[in-house]
Design a protein around this ligand. Structure first.
Ligand code: NAP
Length: 286
């Protein structure tokens, strides 16, 4: 058996096209483009790549992007002041503070400082709460992208057994909640889980968000299962790989997302979708 490769790049392109259409329509109505403010603190090379990708996507979607590149030694107070100013700026629709932040800055405090209506990453407790209760908030981009990918592939999670490996606040936990909202029966596994392989072999859908290369092997996957590989791992030879042992898992799985070109592009596309949605809601609330 050979798995169908889920083309995240192609689905992401489609989502960005739709975001661009919505952005153009809104621009006509409000007389300015939707606007995303991105804050980056310090010189982390991976963060710089992510921020550049987000800026490029904004350009392609007709979204104004503002970048605030702050030095590594920026204090927590200075960062909070910047966020307060952006919260108060009516021409800014989305605010994103690229994580991770330098160790001397409390990430939780920073996330909580962002106006929930502009929280396009969907990390603010108000949006997390709405996600849990099924409310209409802004959803976190990577997990929302997973559900969207399934929708585009015509895979309905309803009644399916979904196993999420990983329980981080940005991927594992929200992925589990959104899969449950899509009516899957969800199990969350983590580093203390016993009999992981046994649990995984029952899964119709696996979300791998561990951050370890070669973690998910073919013997852990039920034939025909969907494998959504969130992991982004750089090998010593600089090759980018996911958490799944791609060659062998794709022989067993029914569908699989590649790395690169799978979940990664979806995350950026969902950010564009969230930014336009935030702008539309703010315009409607006026
Ligand atoms: P994280 O915060 O390090 O979480 C990793 C999770 O994996 C933890 O919950 C951990 O369990 C669990 N884990 C570790 N070893 C395990 C084991 N042996 N068995 C079962 N579970 C185990 O990482 P993250 O932020 O969620 O990110 C995960 C991966 O996704 C990373 O590679 C990251 O780069 C990638 N990522 C990709 C995107 C994208 O757009 N594609 C976005 C975000 C993240 P404990 O909780 O018990 O420690």
């Amino acid at each position: 058996m050979s798995a169908k490769i889920i083309d995240g790049k192609a689905i992401a392109a489609f989502i960005k096209e739709n975001a661009a259409k919505d952005a153009a329509e809104l621009t006509k109505k409000i007389g300015r483009h939707p606007c995303l403010a991105v804050i980056i603190v310090g010189e982390d090379p991976a963060s710089r790549v992510y921020v550049n990708n987000k800026k490029k996507a904004c350009e392609a979607c007709g979204i104004t992007s503002l970048e605030y590149a702050l030095p590594e030694q920026t204090t927590e107070g200075e960062l909070l002041d910047r966020i307060a100013a952006l919260n108060g700026d009516d021409t800014v629709d989305g605010i994103l503070c690229q994580l991770p932040l330098p160790k001397h800055i409390n990430e939780e405090k920073v996330i909580e400082a962002i106006d929930p209506a502009k929280d396009v990453d969907g990390f603010h407790p108000v949006n997390v709460g709405k996600m849990v209760t099924g409310g209409d908030g802004l959803l976190p981009c990577t997990p929302a992208g997973l559900v969207e990918m399934l929708r585009y592939e015509g895979i309905d999670p309803e009644g399916k057994r979904c196993v999420v490996i990983g329980r981080s606040n940005i991927v594992g936990k929200p992925a589990a909640i959104l899969m449950q909202r899509a009516n899957a029966t969800v199990t969350v596994c983590h580093s203390k889980t016993r009999n992981l392989k046994e649990i995984l072999l029952q899964a119709d859908i696996i979300v791998a968000s561990v951050g370890k290369p070669h973690f998910l092997t073919a013997d852990m996957v039920k034939p025909g299962a969907v494998v959504l590989d969130v992991g982004i791992n750089r090998l010593p030879d600089k090759t980018l790989v996911g958490d799944a042992e791609f060659a062998e898992v794709s022989e067993v799985a029914g569908w699989i997302t590649p790395v690169p070109g799978g979940v990664g592009p979806m995350t950026v596309a969902m950010l564009m979708k969230n930014t336009v949605a935030a702008a539309c809601r703010r315009a409607a609330a006026r």
